[in-house]
Design a protein around this ligand. Structure first.
Ligand code: URA
Length: 186
């Protein structure tokens, strides 16, 4: 039976793909293990690799602001990534790297059993929602993942690069807040 401890330990020693050779730290995930909402990014960047925590760089600061719009903070959600080790030069994780790593995330979702998953960016949405997911058209739409409500938002890094996407994301965040309140009161 997989436990949080055994999963984190296995992940810490993982050498299933070449990303293990260049990593400083495995970035397993962080937050409340009883959270009802989970955020999934694509993979650690430089700061995350150095500190061993997801979303601690510039995108992480924006993510904190996004969480506050939903009335939550890092202690009341769980944050993880599709791949747990940093792809060199922040390139997109390759399919083979995602394939090697995805079982860790599947087990994290099984252990957490959240009411809602929010994919941050195209990579996570394509892996968890639909391999053809179009972030520009489908952000903020609701889907099901093994009985769990799931949606995709623009990645915080995309919002830093292109602030014109922020108003749409604000609307998506309010909708997530409302749906979470509704699910909690069911
Ligand atoms: N971007 C991600 O997708 N994940 C992180 O943990 C940090 C930046």
């Amino acid at each position: 039976m997989v436990t949080w401890e055994s999963l984190e330990q296995t992940c810490a020693n993982c050498s299933k793909c070449a990303l293990c050779q260049s990593r400083n730290n495995v970035v397993f995930g962080i937050g409340s293990k009883t959270a009802d909402i989970m955020f999934v990014g694509e993979g650690p960047g430089e700061q995350e690799d150095l500190q061993g925590e997801p979303f601690v760089g510039a995108a992480g600061k924006l993510l904190d602001d996004m969480l506050s719009i939903i009335d939550i903070d890092r202690t009341s959600c769980y944050i993880a990534n599709i791949v747990k080790c940093r792809p060199p030069h922040n390139r997109d994780p390759e399919d083979s790297e995602q394939d090697a790593c995805i079982e860790y995330l599947h087990n994290q979702i099984l252990l957490l059993r959240p009411k809602m998953i929010v994919c941050l960016g195209r990579i996570a949405a394509r892996r968890l929602i639909d391999s053809d997911f179009r972030i520009t058209k489908e952000h903020g739409m609701w889907y099901q993942y093994n009985g769990i409500w799931i949606t995709g938002l623009y990645h915080p890094s995309a919002l830093l690069r292109d602030p014109s996407k922020r108003p749409e994301t604000f609307v998506d965040l309010l909708m997530i807040r409302d749906k979470l309140h509704h699910l909690r009161n069911q």
